[in-house]
Design a protein around this ligand. Sequence first.
Ligand code: ISJ
Length: 217
Amino acid sequence: MDSPTLPHIDSARVQLVAQSDRKAPADPDLYPQTGSGPATNHQRIQLRDVEDISLSDNAREKIQTLFRISNERLSLMPQMAAAKKVLGDKVHDPEREKMVLDGAAAKAKALGLDEALVRRFIQGQMDAAKTLQSMTPDDPNEQMSKEQARSQKEELRKRITELTAELLDALKDIEENLYAPPFKAAVATLITQQGSKDPLHYGQLQTIFLNALYPPQ
Ligand SMILES: C=C(O[C@@H]1C=C(C(=O)O)C=C[C@H]1O)C(=O)O
């Protein structure tokens, strides 16, 4: 990536709060418990089952690609929050969200991807993005001028647009496997294992991912 204007995420600035206002997941098979407590029997069984399935390295890589892109997209949000603060802009920008969703729907069509899945998935990514921005604390040492903030926001949006397109390519790559039970179980397990890296903490991102890929009936 060649974007020197995008600063790296500074985790010290992102003191994240543990708060998920999402509903309790419906299906414990797909929505494993997360948190710091010991794994439940259920989780242990599920992990063993997934090993038994011996998910191909290829499938594992594809799922991890999806997480990696999502993480990169989310990692831009503290800088987005900082730019918006300088500009006095709101975290939630419904016009921009409509553009992102419409762009994603158009690309979904071109790829032959299920549009409802794509809209759900990208809306989930945007919800997580807003949560992360709201959790970004003020930086009393922030020196950015409005001019700098405007160009930072613009650069970030360019990158976010690219990453949104990459997310759809990665979704397309797993679409045909998505509803095979072993694959579902593997997604749930890999998401749980990713939990420690969840920038939203305490399973919120896992829940967003799972709800988007496998909406509770
Ligand atoms: C990232 C932004 O903040 C929010 C999140 C968005 C996203 O994840 O694409 C889009 C609009 C905003 O509601 C932004 O304003 O660009």
